[in-house]
Ligand binder design. Sequence first.
Ligand code: 5GP
Length: 200
Amino acid sequence: MREPRTLSRTGGLIVVLSGPSGVGKDTLLQYFLKTTPGCVRLVTCTTRPPRPDEQHGVDYEFVSVEEFRRMQEAGELLESAEVFGHSYGSPRRFVEEQTARGLDVILRIDVQGGVSVRKAAPEAVLVFLAPPSLEELERRLKGRNTETEESLRRRLAEARREMKAASEYDYLIIHDSTERAAEDLRAILRAEHLRIVKTS
Ligand code: 5GP
């Protein structure tokens, strides 16, 4: 018989948080990280130019197309995807180092990325954040005021596609109240830490 403690996993979790643009992933994450010890967010890379309020190394590592390609070819990315015409990718090293230290690493990435992470790391926990309704999502995106008409249309079309991919995920959280959504996410992580790891 295995020692009880060896039945559940050691080390941190890889947690993917996806959801349509405008659903409030950043709002939830900011609140969640402030109120939950033991979790860190992965800063991902992108070739997209920064928005006025974004900071290099905080919101993203903003890299050139050449640098992105180099990272990809060197195997430095756990996954990468094209979103709205730009490349995005998750640096592998940070994820490995932090989970080895016992921290849960949250990847705020799109659904293509989530599916790739599942292939690369089958133990990853995939959480989908959904708006209470698509009408509410449109209202939030318009309220953000950072999008042009064209970009808004693209993001709404993409949101509908992303919603369909929710069935590939392990958990669904409705982002109604941020406090409640954070509580749901904490409950998921707690359960995942208590999960018995099957050995074959
Ligand atoms: P935004 O340009 O609005 O910051 O992000 C666009 C989309 O790209 C969002 O759905 C965001 O979650 C996703 N994203 C950000 N970083 C990554 C990444 O490293 N990989 C993937 N696959 N998607 C990402």
